[in-house]
Design a protein around this ligand. Structure first.
Ligand code: PLP
Length: 393
């Protein structure tokens, strides 16, 4: 049996999306910038996708710009605002738990002379709105706070963040790569000025994404070259990718309510079963403001990296609370930011489900997780000591 539980890393392309994309690889391969009818059919398909995506976030289609994915959208948002606004100010606010597409772009901007405030988060991964307001300076040009976290699934108070940003006349960007297609996203209701998303996170193709830029927001060109994307992002459009992303967005919006319910019920079933079957575990992140598909659990004193290898042998695919940097395993910056020790961060596993996941999948995973964690803990003298200490209390 194989169970894929790494949907936050990427999702399977849906069959309808695949079918919708197919004609644009061979038959309809025209360049969407051409003026003859063959090319205009590609243009029409691109504009239809732009409309679907605009509608999905309550934006105008003219505010949607196609990119190669979340990383590019994040880079574009931050660098282009910094470039266009540096006369006004050189201060940016973000959080300690952003994806590296944001954190490393901020690092790059710091080298260019910008100042960046990295907000702390609480033990569930939420920023404090008062901290945000206190961090605002006279020359703050941008607030970039992710909609939902990719590791622990915590959803930020985006509407309130947008209100604060607009009260001070600051541009608000949100990395919605994990949120778009999974929960409702409304740029008007939340005062969002810029928003990043990526198709492969919601059953669309890899290598396609978009950046929403509210009309009137000043940003220069990101990619220099031809006049595509209203002179802001040059390069021949990835027509099959854009068509696929549009179809994936259409399906996600159409089934949003039922998939939120299905995944939330399954997530709670999973958490309940884990609690029943595996002692000494802790759910990382929030139990209320959480993406429906995310389950991130600390199995105290059982190393997550070893558990992943053992789960892989059982056909179960998921992620650990650590990242491989230059050959060494570093504890996740997100888990450290919510106050976990390095040791416990290394004992955490992220499972991310989808509407294709079933109760049988969960039962199979829980059974194997339970056995594997027991085996790993049996090798840990620290676990034995921990159990003795907790029993004394
Ligand atoms: N932002 C977040 C929150 C993500 O989870 C990811 C990918 O995991 C990215 C950005 C980067 O997206 P992409 O893989 O499309 O470049």
């Amino acid at each position: 049996m194989n169970v894929y539980m790494d949907n936050a890393a990427t999702t399977m392309l849906s069959k309808e999306v695949y079918e919708k994309m197919q004609p644009y690889f061979m038959g309809e391969y025209g360049n969407a910038s051409g003026i003859y009818s063959f090319a205009q059919r590609s243009r029409k398909a691109v504009e239809d996708a732009r409309q679907i995506i605009g509608d999905a976030i309550n934006a105008k289609s003219s505010e949607i710009y196609f990119t190669s994915g979340g990383t590019e959208s994040d880079n574009w948002a931050l660098k282009a605002v910094a470039d266009a606004m540096e006369e006004k100010g050189r201060h940016i606010i973000t959080t300690k738990i952003e994806h590296h597409a944001i954190l490393n772009t901020c690092g790059y901007l710091e080298k260019k002379g910008f100042r960046v405030t990295y907000l702390d988060v609480d033990s569930e991964g939420r920023i404090n709105l008062q901290d945000l307001e206190n961090a605002i300076e006279n020359d703050t040009i941008l607030i970039s706070v992710m909609f939902a976290n990719n590791e622990i699934g915590t959803i930020q108070p985006v509407k309130e963040i947008g209100e604060i940003a607009h009260r001070y006349g600051i541009i608000f960007h949100t990395d919605a790569v994990q949120a778009f297609g999974h929960v409702k996203v409304d740029v008007e209701a939340c005062n969002i000025d810029m928003l990043s998303a990526s198709a492969h996170k919601f059953h669309g193709p890899k290598g396609a994404g978009f950046l929403y830029i509210r009309n009137g927001i000043k940003t220069g060109s990101y990619m220099h070259g031809g006049s595509q994307e209203r002179h802001r992002r040059a390069g021949t459009l990835n027509v099959p990718g854009i068509v696929g992303m549009g179809e994936a967005a259409r399906i996600a919006v159409e089934h949003m309510d039922e998939s939120i319910k299905y995944e939330t019920d399954l997530r709670e079933y999973f958490i309940g079963k884990l609690k029943e079957n595996v002692p000494h575990i802790k759910l990382n992140g929030s139990s209320s403001d959480r993406l429906p598909d995310n389950i991130n659990v600390c199995f105290k004193y059982a190393p997550g990296e070893s558990a992943l290898i053992m789960l892989d042998r059982k056909g179960i695919y998921c992620s650990a609370g650590s990242a491989c940097t230059s050959g060494a395993m570093d504890a996740s910056h997100v888990l450290l930011a919510i106050g976990m020790s390095e040791e416990m961060a290394h004992c955490s596993i992220r499972f991310t489900i989808s509407s294709d996941t079933t109760k049988e999948d969960i039962d199979y995973v829980v059974e194997n997780v339970s056995q594997i964690i027991t085996k790993l803990r049996a090798m840990s003298p620290l676990y034995e000591h921990y159990v003795q200490e907790t029993e004394k209390q």
